[in-house]
Write a protein that binds this ligand. Structure first.
Ligand code: PXG
Length: 466
């Protein structure tokens, strides 16, 4: 058996990867032909690959490495906890110090009466918890026919069967089907779908589709509504400011539980601890993961309001839980991560330093001939690529063709900026400094220029009809 290490040549690593590692959300045959990029190490906002490239990570991994790479305090906290108590469960009337300390810390940070945490190991698991939890809530309240959860098309809530059903990604539904009792309404994506309406009117109209859906199903059958404050995987779709207050008003009117999926927007991403604060709403349940541990350990959870915890807690045993609910090592890492965030004022850094500095430059990208709109909330940003800004037109080519080409240019320029369809998105580590933002903008602009030249040369700057 060969020893595999960071010194193994790239081609050999790629060969073994293709032979044995089946990647998530990946066209295996295509990747096997091309070979995966091998990331070896990280420091701050920088990654190094097996070819020695120094790459600026504009996505914080998968929207999660909020404190940046290479923070030694986190592995030190993990090692201390592993030596003390590497594992114990939180079933059967037992608990342990990391789970106690982390749940208390989360309750302190979460707004309003969100004071109770049910732990999971990922965002998908946490949303599966939420499905069972809201249905159980209505059973205990003796309205068991309230089972339907309303979500949005192009929302993302994970890829387990439950999370994937809540999400509105048709490609995911197509692979294995959906659970029953989930309905979708349209997304608040003004730039592509707003037509002649102004943004605020459009935001209200899309929120009111929730009321129409409730009335169609019957309010007595609806358990909850779930949405991401800002859709992340759907393309960093920032809703008009009218949207969330109206969604909350409708949920309250019909007594429906409001779940804010804060897996991306939680823990500082939007310039507040939670995206719900940025949009002025008070959910009954929040889904958390990713930034909770800055991705250093897998952990997620559901934060419940006093009322939800009291109702579900009064119904006898809640038949749900995971081996790794509140895993002590992951909890210790998350706790240390939150200490760093607080002690170093990282949320304030986002709000008062990094966001204003990036906003000044990111929003100006609309001056580029390829960019139709630019959005940035905290450190979550997107630009829409278009062949015709005035018409907010889509490209005639299949959706994603242009975005993929732009992402390839970014990769070539050592910048990780993702594409979702023909939107480009960023979500850098929250600790990014102004001089690093300069590099991000310079590389993004160069990539846009090269992409534009390539589209021109290949005759692809053509708008879709209609
Ligand atoms: N909710 C939201 C809002 C998410 O963004 C999940 C739940 C699921 O979390 P886990 O930990 O089970 O992955 C997510 C995850 C992408 C991408 O392509 C985004 C996510 C995951 C994978 C890919 O942007 N977000």
């Amino acid at each position: 058996m060969t020893t595999i290490s960071t010194n193994t040549p790239t081609a050999e690593l790629q060969r073994l990867d293709a032979a044995h590692h089946f990647h998530p959300f990946t066209d295996k045959a295509a990747l096997d032909r091309k070979g995966a990029r091998v990331i070896l190490r990280g420091e701050g906002v920088w990654l190094t690959d097996s070819e020695g490239h120094r790459i600026l990570d504009g996505m914080a991994g998968l929207w999660c490495v909020n404190v940046g790479y290479g923070r030694k305090e986190l592995p030190e906290a993990a090692a201390r906890q592993m030596l003390e108590l590497p594992y114990y469960n939180t079933f059967f009337q037992t608990t342990h110090v990391p789970a106690i300390a982390l749940s208390a810390k989360i309750a302190e940070l979460a707004p309003g009466n969100l004071n109770h945490v049910f732990f999971a190991a990922s965002g998908s698991e946490a949303n599966d918890t939420n499905i069972r939890l809201v249905r159980r809530y209505w059973q205990v309240k003796e309205q068991p026919e309230r089972r339907v959860i309303i979500a949005r098309w192009n929302g993302y809530h994970g890829s387990t069967l439950g999370g994937g059903s809540l999400g509105g990604m048709k490609g995911i539904h197509a692979h294995g089907g959906m659970i029953d009792g989930v309905e979708h309404i349209r997304q608040p994506y003004w730039w592509a779908e707003g037509g002649d309406m102004d943004e605020d009117a459009f935001g209200l109209a899309r929120a009111q589709e929730l009321e129409a859906k409730i009335l169609e199903i019957g309010a007595d059958k609806v358990a909850a509504f779930i949405g991401e404050p800002i859709q992340g995987a759907g393309g960093v779709i920032v809703p008009p400011k009218t949207y969330w207050p109206e969604i909350q008003r409708i949920c309250r009117k019909y007594g429906i539980l409001l779940i804010a999926d804060e897996v991306i927007t939680g823990f500082g991403r939007t310039g507040n601890w939670f995206g719900s604060q940025t949009f002025g709403i008070t959910p009954d349940i929040m889904t958390i993961a990713k930034g909770l541990s800055s991705g250093y350990a897998p952990i997620g959870g559901s934060i419940l309001s006093d009322e939800v915890a009291e109702v579900v807690g009064s119904g006898g045993e809640f038949a749900h839980g995971y081996t790794y609910s509140g895993h002590p090592v992951a909890a210790a890492v998350a706790l240390e991560n939150l200490r760093i965030m607080q002690d170093e004022g990282i949320v304030d850094h986002v709000k008062n330093v990094a966001h204003p500095y990036l906003a000044e430059r990111w929003l100006k990208l609309t001056e580029h001939p390829l960019v139709g709109e630019a959005k940035l909330v905290g450190l979550m940003g997107s630009i829409a690529l278009t062949p015709d800004k005035a018409k907010r037109a889509a490209f005639a080519s299949e959706a994603g063709t242009v975005g993929y080409r732009c992402r390839e240019r970014c990769f070539a320029n050592d910048l990780i900026m993702r594409h979702v369809g023909d939107r480009m998105i960023i979500s850098p580590p929250l600790v990014i400094r102004p001089e690093e933002i300069d590099v991000l903008i310079a590389r993004a602009t160069k990539s846009l220029d090269e992409c534009y030249a390539g589209l021109k040369a290949d005759g692809l700057l053509v708008a879709k009809e209609g």
